[in-house]
Design a protein around this ligand. Structure first.
Ligand SMILES: NC(=O)c1ccc[n+]([C@@H]2O[C@H](COP(=O)([O-])OP(=O)(O)OC[C@H]3O[C@@H](n4cnc5c(N)ncnc54)[C@H](OP(=O)(O)O)[C@@H]3O)[C@@H](O)[C@H]2O)c1
Length: 253
């Protein structure tokens, strides 16, 4: 159960090896989160994330297999996690692929796979998890969306549109859960300097996994519904969204 100060005791991460999610989990464990369930694709990164959570002091750390595109498995996946670990206070939706827009424009199947990973696969998983949160009467889903989803840019519209879908779905899910005790927080980072963006030129107002993690922990405690990281991006994108299309089209890559 979330304690009196709003600190989760148990967390499930969809995309357990995500760099941003690991920074969030570090902070949750430091604030006495005891059970950490890392769901992801089997491999060294997931194993290393589990070792890191254990070393940080979590009492129970488990990895479970989660492939975002396996939508037909998500109901059984959620069922088994909630049955095995009991109440889950926090679910972090962190799986995601950035992809290479130039390659994807010539690879429709690859583009569809990325969109399934970032949007439809996660949407199915979130519905499955939300059903359990509704039944337990509490819990928060933290969804790592992106400012890229607020208005698709020609240089990354495949990733951007997948995040638009995820973001809109999360807003609707949050509204649908009203009164159930379960809630949704949407996190919209800008360019995060880290593994996903390695080798790329940073966009304006770059941030870090640690800064995103700090903002998420604050939002979990305050109950914020939408968070921008850095917070300046809220105002930057209020303008970006209404720029005339001809100007938006000329935005640099
Ligand atoms: N980095 C940024 O600039 C940035 C900005 C805004 C939003 N975000 C979002 O923040 C989230 C976390 O990103 P990050 O920076 O932490 O990147 P990351 O370290 O590359 O993490 C991405 C995660 O997604 C997992 N994943 C990818 N495809 C999957 C699939 N088909 N099934 C299950 N898991 C899958 C990866 O697992 P594997 O280890 O198995 O590959 C990894 O755990 C993503 O949703 C991303 O879009 C990132």
């Amino acid at each position: 159960m979330i304690d009196a100060t709003g600190r989760p005791q148990s967390v499930l991460v969809l995309g357990g090896s995500s760099e941003i999610a690991q920074a969030i989990v570090d902070r949750l464990i430091a604030a006495r989160c005891r059970t950490v369930v890392l769901a992801g694709r089997e491999g060294v990164r997931l194993t290393e994330a589990a070792k890191r959570a254990k070393a940080a002091g979590a009492e129970v750390v488990e990895t479970v297999t989660f492939e975002a595109t396996n939508v037909e498995h998500h109901a059984a996946f959620a069922e088994s996690v909630f049955e095995r670990f009991g109440n889950i206070d926090l679910v972090i939706v962190a799986a995601g692929l950035l992809g290479d827009q130039d390659d994807l424009e010539g690879d429709p199947a690859g583009a569809a796979a990325l969109i399934t990973t970032n949007f439809t696969g996660l949407a199915a998983a979130m519905l499955a998890v939300a059903g359990h949160m509704r039944r337990q009467g509490h819990g928060r889903l933290v969804v790592l969306s992106s400012v890229a989803g607020l208005r698709a840019r020609k240089a990354n519209f495949i990733y951007g549109s997948s995040k638009s879908g995820l973001d809109a779905f999360s807003q609707g899910l949050g509204d649908a859960l009203e009164g159930s005790g379960a809630t949704v927080t949407i996190v919209r980072p800008g360019f995060v300097i880290g593994r996903m963006t390695a080798g790329m030129k940073a966009a304006p107002f770059p941030t870090t996994p640690d800064a995103v993690a700090d903002a998420v922990v604050k939002a979990v405690q305050s109950g914020a519904a939408v968070v921008y990281v850095p917070s300046t991006l809220r105002w930057v994108f209020a303008v970006m969204r209404i720029l005339p299309r001809a100007a938006w089209r000329r935005m640099p890559a």
